[in-house]
Ligand binder design. Structure first.
Ligand code: CA
Ligand code: CA
Length: 133
C-alpha cells in the first residue's frame, strides 16, 4: 500500500451489515463507498487519506439481508449502494429523510481518530485493536 493508503480492520459479526463513515470535524459525516457483510471473521476497508486529520466510525445493522448493496434498508426507494457510492445520491442509507444527518439509532459502534503521523508510528496503517473497541 502507498504512503497515503490506510486500512481499517474490524471483526465482522455474522449476519451484520457494516457501513463506514468519515468526518474531518466530527460534525459532518459522509459514508465511504463501502458496504461489508460480517461473516464471523475480520473485515478490512482500504482507503486513501491526504494526511490531514480524519475521523472514522462504523455503523451497522442486524437487519437480515442477502443482498446488502441492492437492498433498501430505509425504504426510500434508493438502494443502499446508490445512497453511498461515489456519484450516488450522497444520502443516508438509514434515513428516508435525506435532510437528516447520518446519525441513526442503529448506528455508531465506534469512533476512532488518527493523524497520518499516528498511523505511521503504529505501523502498517492498521488501527490497533483497542481503538476499535
Ligand atoms: Ca435507501
Ligand atoms: Ca436514505
Amino acid at each position: 500500500m502507498g504512503e497515503n493508503t490506510f486500512s481499517l480492520r474490524w471483526h465482522g459479526v455474522s449476519g451484520r451489515t457494516y457501513f463506514v463513515q468519515s468526518s474531518a470535524d466530527l460534525v459532518r459525516w459522509r459514508h465511504m463507498p463501502v458496504i461489508k457483510s460480517g461473516q464471523g471473521a475480520p473485515l478490512t476497508h482500504n482507503f486513501s487519506g491526504d494526511g490531514t486529520r480524519m475521523f472514522l466510525r462504523l455503523s451497522h445493522t442486524d437487519r437480515p439481508t442477502t443482498s446488502p448493496n441492492s437492498d433498501d434498508f430505509d425504504g426510500d426507494g434508493i438502494s443502499n449502494w446508490d445512497e453511498i457510492r461515489t456519484g450516488g445520491t450522497g444520502t443516508n442509507p438509514f434515513a428516508a429523510d435525506s435532510n437528516n444527518d447520518v446519525l441513526t439509532t442503529t448506528a455508531s459502534v465506534m469512533t476512532a481518530w488518527f493523524t497520518q503521523h499516528r498511523m505511521t508510528r503504529m505501523g502498517r496503517g492498521c488501527l490497533p485493536r483497542w481503538m476499535l473497541g
